[in-house]
Design a protein around this ligand. Structure first.
Ligand code: ADP
Length: 233
């Protein structure tokens, strides 16, 4: 790392500006959409463990196969695998000014690892909890499409691409994710209730303020506005 870069990191830490924004919420709550809007607004990286895992599993080794089979049925990938990915990513120089975490932490164990990591990296944290009603989640996910190259998300009802099946940004084909089929979505919601919702209790019990944003009936731009109100605090 260059000296100038180190100085920049130092000053960001001194001013208390470097922080990780954790976007928390059930599948289909709009985490990915908001994380991408925040990335463009704040010019800090968007770290999606789901996207990282999907990228990793396109390589054909045995760990890839195990991760792929868990994701396909809506189960979580082992904590150590995800912790390692996030640890390495947050240490990269482009995260010195902060980052947006989407889909992590998803278990109490992961929340503990993140605590320790943020302490080591001297990063502050802001937790945003996107709340939505589950019947809406199922409808939303059924219409979800994603670009195979850049990961941009579309929704056939709320946010369709200009040309059906094609990404507005790079002209690549859009696909339905393997785990977006309805039976798998129900499984993912159950996994969320059992393993991920307790993270909220863990965070609250350890004294963290959780900023709640209701994402059920608002447009992505309105949800973003609500999140921004918390960012100035
Ligand atoms: P969603 O939030 O809509 O469920 P993601 O793309 O974040 O979608 O996650 C898809 C899948 O990737 C999850 O169902 C799970 O199998 C796996 N995954 C993502 N993040 C984690 C994590 N932090 N820990 C364990 N598994 C994860």
């Amino acid at each position: 790392m260059e000296f100038r870069e180190l100085l920049q990191i130092e000053s960001q830490h001194r001013e208390g500006r470097a922080r990780v924004i954790v976007i928390f919420g059930p599948p289909g709550s709009g985490k990915g959409t908001q994380a991408k809007l925040l990335r463009d607004l704040l010019k800090i990286p968007h770290i999606s463990t789901g996207d990282m895992l999907r990228e990793g599993t396109s390589r054909g080794d045995s760990l890839g196969a195990e991760v792929r089979s868990r994701m396909r049925v809506g189960a979580l990938v082992p904590d150590e695998t995800v912790d390692r990915l996030v640890d390495a990513r947050l240490r990269e120089p482009d995260c010195a000014a902060g980052a947006i975490l989407d889909g992590y932490p998803r278990t109490v164990e992961q929340a503990r690892s993140l605590d320790a990591l943020l302490l080591r990296l001297k990063l502050d944290e802001l937790v945003i909890h996107l709340k939505v009603d589950y019947t809406k989640v199922i409808v939303r996910i059924a219409g979800r499409r994603q670009c195979t190259r850049c990961g941009t998300l579309y929704n056939l009802v709320a946010n369709p691409p200009k040309e059906p099946g094609i990404c507005d940004r790079d002209g690549q084909p859009l696909v339905v994710r393997d785990d977006d089929r309805e039976s798998v979505v129900r499984e993912r919601l159950e996994t969320y209730e059992k393993q991920t919702r307790p993270v909220l209790e863990f965070l609250a019990a350890s004294g963290r303020k959780i900023r709640e944003v209701d994402g059920s009936d608002a447009s992505p731009a309105e949800v973003l506005e609500r999140i921004r109100e918390y960012m100035v605090l």
